[in-house]
Design a protein around this ligand. Structure first.
Ligand code: GRF
Length: 210
């Protein structure tokens, strides 16, 4: 077994993906992992409330509290070090992760995106905008993607994807709800694979052993 995953969740919103991962850990589906810290840029984030309910350290750290990017990023890095974090899962985090953090956690930061990347990703493609664009493009399929975080939005190597059919009657809202359900399946599954050491990244490619 590899070292235990000591995960920091970064979340700006409701935190349903965070909850799904945490439930998979406490329910025994994911072994060799724990969520040791939740960080949000948004003091009202549901994710912080959920974390406090589970007695998981929860921190509101926002760029607006600091005079410079450097000070902000140093605070994030300090918090990660203090909690011995060795893996980061972005779960609805609305801010770009600085290159200094990406560099310090190379191939150890993942994100979930509510579409089939590389389609419908990138700057401005978040939340309901993604599903509106999928419906407007009359896509037959959509889904969710777990990917490694690199220096560009929604760009890193794809780890897992699951596809669903876009029904003719779907609106952005109905599609979003179905995609969110599969996010809650594939995100814990991806974390499980990392925790069990079954994911290797070699030469820019993901190798998954079952
Ligand atoms: C999800 O749709 C995720 O794909 C996106 O942001 C949303 C977060 O939802 N990155 P939640 O806060 O986990 O409920």
């Amino acid at each position: 077994m590899p070292d235990k995953l000591n995960i920091a969740i970064f979340a700006s919103g409701n935190g349903s993906n965070f909850r799904a991962i945490h439930e998979a850990i406490i329910g025994g589906k994911i072994r060799n992992a724990q969520i040791a810290l939740v960080i949000s840029n948004n003091s009202d984030a549901g994710a912080l409330e959920i974390a406090r309910g589970f007695n998981i350290p929860a921190m509101h750290i926002s760029r607006t509290q600091y005079r410079s990017d450097d000070e902000f990023n140093a605070t994030l890095i300090g918090a990660l070090a203090k909690h011995h974090i060795n893996f980061i899962a972005l779960a609805g985090y609305m801010k770009k992760i600085d290159a200094s953090i990406v560099g310090a956690f190379r191939n150890r930061i993942v994100n979930i995106h509510p579409a089939l990347l590389p389609k419908f990703g990138g700057n401005g493609m978040y939340g309901m905008y993604v599903h509106e664009a999928v419906v407007a493009a009359k896509e037959k399929l959509s889904g969710a993607t777990v990917h490694i975080v690199d220096d560009e939005y929604d760009h890193g190597i794809i780890v897992l994807q699951k596809t669903i059919v876009v029904e003719p009657a779907d609106t952005a809202e109905t599609l979003a709800a179905r995609v969110l359900n599969i996010e809650h399946e594939i995100y814990p599954e991806a974390i499980r694979l990392f925790a069990e050491g079954k994911i290797k990244i070699e030469n820019g490619k993901v190798i998954i052993s079952q």
